[in-house]
Design a protein. Sequence first.
Length: 340
Amino acid sequence: MKKLKVIFIGVIMLAFVSGAAFSQTDLFNINALQRAIGDFADDVALSLPFNSTMGLNWSDAHIGKFFPSLPPHFGVGITTGFTTFGNGSFDGVLNSIGAGGVIPSELTNLGMPMLGYTVDARIGGFFLPFDVGVKFGIIPPLKLDGYAIDYLLVGADIRYAVVDSKLSPIKVSVGIGYNHLKGGIAVPLGKGLSFEEPTTGYKLSLGDPKLGFLWGTDTIELKGQVSFKLPFITPYAGAGLSMAFSHAGYKFNTNIKVYDDQDTEVASGIPNEVISALNNMGITGVTSNGFESIKKEDSFNMRLFGGISLNLTVVRFDLNVLYNLTGGQVGVTFGARVQI
């Protein structure tokens, strides 16, 4: 698990390797930042619901009944992999505060990989031909050289076999699932930044700022799957249609000082007119310790998935490929499980 955490941090932080060296431009445009965070939220609405569907894409469209059945059918395993995320919006946010260009250009077309993992479990139904699956993946908040990251993915589904005969290797199921994904990364941005609030003319100085990207999604998915069981392998394919409720944004943790148009520090804290003006821009939670801006996006998403498993008695190894029809993102997962 420790190795997985290190790999996860290493890939995600690839986009921010020069964050600590930031300070080449200490005055940024707050309007540009707000526009960039809107693009970031749009990317999240396309990419995160897709990422949340990792796990529970087992090769068998139906694993069989738990009761009455001998042996009872159930399984447990682990899935890990990645889906792509359009890196342009990440770079756009950083560029709006003068820290752009840190994401490798090689990722421009492919998109930045978003890693994930889940522990999966599935149990067959009682009397009726259905099965129920649950998944859980977590990386508790971690800090490394001023950076911080956290990750949580949980979900469940229920599938009903519409074609499941002992006389045929073909199985077909339909089901419904729910996924909850949230995460974030915090990046240190040097000793200081500042921006001018455009409607009031006050300048806000941000001391020792840390920029946190925040994201999350809840998805409800209808899905169907077909599998063809052979002696040692099981090829399979499926499709899903989901409704997602997502959010994304940023949070600055910093010490804020306010200066008027004469560059005189305002001793009474942040004026109410400045707070109101920032609120009107979509910036909330404004205090002397920071502020945030979160945008919500709802979206429909369609995906295809499929692959093949290697079946060794009660041990299965899965290779699964995913494609997001809505946004064009791709993904690959690998799984290993014990299944009876």
